[in-house]
Write a protein that binds this ligand. Structure first.
Ligand code: SF4
Length: 486
């Protein structure tokens, strides 16, 4: 156990972000010098608040099974390298989760019991990112190439967190792994979906460099299914891991959807991310000087909000059909249960208005076919379904509308179709208990099998699918499989 009285003597404390007026002028991460460095003065005390519970509920909250009490204790004792080893034992990329994960482990922490009796949950996510950022700075994170080669080859299709986790596990297990990505650079959503102010690309590039040095080969700019057929892929590789994500965006069928100025978030964010890194983006969708309306209250909506703020939007309104969360836990419920999709992100501190329990009835346009307003109506939930409240209709101005309502599933044309993989009843790629698809030698990891989910689930799936592939190729495996497929 860390400090036996830590949780009694110290409340929860998080690092100060840079002042809003400063940080909205640039695209850098919102913490001064990055979160790890910003946290160093307080993190030992915060790690010392962990009670090393006999039954650590934080474990159950973390899909990766992170050994949280152990690395809290090691940080409190000043054994940073030991803490890094424990963290890496279950998580390939803690610098990603420490920045991007909504921390279900903290929601599960017993110090979050009602009434704020013990000052709030342990800042697990902050401890995590402090450990890994410090380890990178000190040079402790080094390549771990395999000691022998199996002679087996694996193609990983998709370079988001699930694909990268599978690739690193399989490379370290001795297989020769190539990761294919249709975009011009490796990283999937981590590269072009996540804004710099949440995670600078240098963080991703450091990890990719480590993977290269371990032997993973990256092939960007190749759309497998078009540039390379499924048959060619199967001829070249002993196993294939599909980690193509759930990329089909949910749309809104309201009248006027065809107007100019209405875009999916994943049309807007990648362009903005490229531009923020200095690229010239032709016909860029940009929020400068516009009244921006974001439909969707989750993390992607918050990323649009922070991006539009930095681009200098005239106003930003974020709409959410669900009611505003009460902020308190329901009576009789001991654990914090607020829906993670409603988290307040750094972007919400900066600008914008959040409107809850509201539905879009219609997009209104001008004579040029450009959106100019939305007609909204309040809703209440009856029997789990939203019901419009008569008399609450009103218009709000909008020059740019961003749809951030999540994703319905994977793209099933192209490679998935060519391979002949079966789909499940939700439209995801079907897999068995070993993450194997219905096609021999083809495995499925991440959102394309699970449906849209969190980065921590994607990494856990990548690790588990790697175990399935390793067993398929060699007859057994020592790789961990932290979660079963759903
Ligand atoms: Fe520590 Fe909270 Fe986990 Fe208990 S539940 S071991 S206090 S982090």
């Amino acid at each position: 156990m860390a400090d036996p009285k830590g949780f009694l003597n110290h409340g929860r404390e998080v690092a100060e972000r840079r002042p809003v007026e400063e940080r909205v002028q640039d695209w850098h991460e919102v913490y001064p010098g990055g979160p790890g460095r910003a946290l160093l003065p307080i993190i030992k005390t915060q790690a010392g608040r962990c009670m090393d519970c006999g039954i650590p509920f934080c474990h159950q909250g973390c899909p990766l099974g992170n050994i949280i009490p152990e690395w809290n204790d090691l940080v409190w004792r000043g054994d940073w390298d030991g803490a890094m080893d424990r963290l890496h034992a279950t998580n390939n990329f803690p610098e990603f989760t420490g920045r991007l994960c909504p921390a279900p482990c903290e929601t599960a922490c017993v110090l979050g019991i009602p009434g704020d009796t013990y000052g709030g949950p342990v800042t697990i996510k902050n401890v995590e990112v402090a450990i890994v950022d410090r380890a990178w700075e000190s040079g402790y994170v080094r390549p771990q190439p395999p000691e022998w080669l199996s002679g087996k080859t694996v193609a990983v299709i998709g370079s988001g967190p699930a694909g990268l986790a599978a690739a690193q596990q399989l490379t370290r297990a001795g297989h020769t792994v190539a990761v294919y990505e249709r975009a011009d650079k490796i990283g999937g959503l981590l590269r072009y979906g996540i804004p710099e102010f949440k995670m600078e690309k240098a963080v991703l590039d450091k990890r990719l460099d480590q993977m290269r040095r371990e032997g993973t080969v990256f092939r960007a700019g190749i759309n497998v299914g078009e540039d390379l057929t499924a048959e060619q892929l199967q001829d070249r590789y002993d196993a294939i891991v599909l980690a193509v994500g759930a990329t089909l965006p949910r749309d809104l069928g309201a009248t006027g959807r065809e107007l100019d100025g209405i875009h999916q978030a994943m049309e807007y964010l990648p362009q903005s991310n490229r531009a923020s890194l200095g690229a010239d983006v032709e016909d860029q969708i940009i929020a400068t000087g516009k009244h921006v309306v974001i439909i969707g209250g989750g993390d992607t909506g918050a990323d649009c909000l922070g991006t539009a703020t930095r681009q200098g939007a005239a106003s930003i309104t974020q709409l959410e059909i669900m009611p505003e969360p009460p902020g308190e836990r329901p009576a009789g419920q001991p654990w914090p249960t607020y829906p993670m999709i409603f988290r307040v992100s750094s972007a919400h501190e900066e600008a914008g208005e959040r409107v809850y329990a509201v539905s879009t009835q219609e997009f209104l346009g001008n004579e040029d076919g450009q959106v100019r307003a939305l007609r909204l109506v309040d809703v209440v939930f009856e029997g789990g379904r939203p019901v419009e409240v008569p008399g609450t209709e009103r218009e709000i101005p909008a020059d740019l509308v961003l749809l951030a309502m999540g994703f319905t599933g994977p793209q099933t044309t192209g490679l998935v179709e060519q391979l002949g993989c079966e789909l499940d009843e939700r439209g995801n790629v079907r897999r068995d208990s070993t993450y194997a698809s219905s096609v021999d030698g083809v495995f499925v990891a991440g959102d394309c099998g699970r449906g849209q989910s969190l980065i921590v689930w994607a990494i856990a799936e990548g690790r588990a699918a790697a175990a399935g592939v390793d067993a398929y190729l060699t007859g057994s495996t020592a790789l961990p499989a932290p979660i079963p497929p759903t």
